[in-house]
Write a new protein. Structure first.
Length: 131
């Protein structure tokens, strides 16, 4: 029989980084986008753990203020978001990043690209049962 205690763990990470809208189709008009990060905890601690979330532009400058979310273990998630204004077009998009940190744990991050197209793009519709 198993009688040893199970150690309490916390495993905070960036589950997802979304950019809303995903693409902006104006090379001459600055855009405003929302960066949204989903923060998760894969540990087993029942008590929520506070995590600080920071968003950064391509030059490493923080966008908005620090945000604190709390996530318990066993797959709990929380969302942090920030509005990024005056985003200019750039060839190949603009790289953004998010970092999450907790007391006593290393900082983790994730990157994504904001696409601001210099011309309108058309993609074929692919799927079953097309009319």
């Amino acid at each position: 029989a198993y009688t040893a205690p199970i150690s309490v763990t916390t495993a905070i990470n960036v589950v997802n980084l979304e950019i809303i809208p995903g693409a902006v189709l104006s090379p001459s008009i600055p855009a405003t986008v929302t960066l949204q990060a989903t923060i998760g905890n894969a540990g087993n601690q029942v008590t929520p753990t506070a995590a600080t979330v920071r968003f950064f532009d391509p030059d490493g400058v923080q966008i908005g203020a620090d945000q604190v979310v709390a996530v318990a273990g066993c797959g709990d998630t929380a969302v942090a978001s920030v509005t990024w204004g005056n985003v200019q077009a750039a060839d190949g998009g603009r790289q953004v990043s998010v970092e999450v940190s907790t007391i006593g744990s290393p900082t983790l991050g994730r990157q994504a690209t904001v696409v601001i197209a210099s011309q309108q793009q058309f993609f074929p519709r692919i799927g079953r049962g097309l009319p």
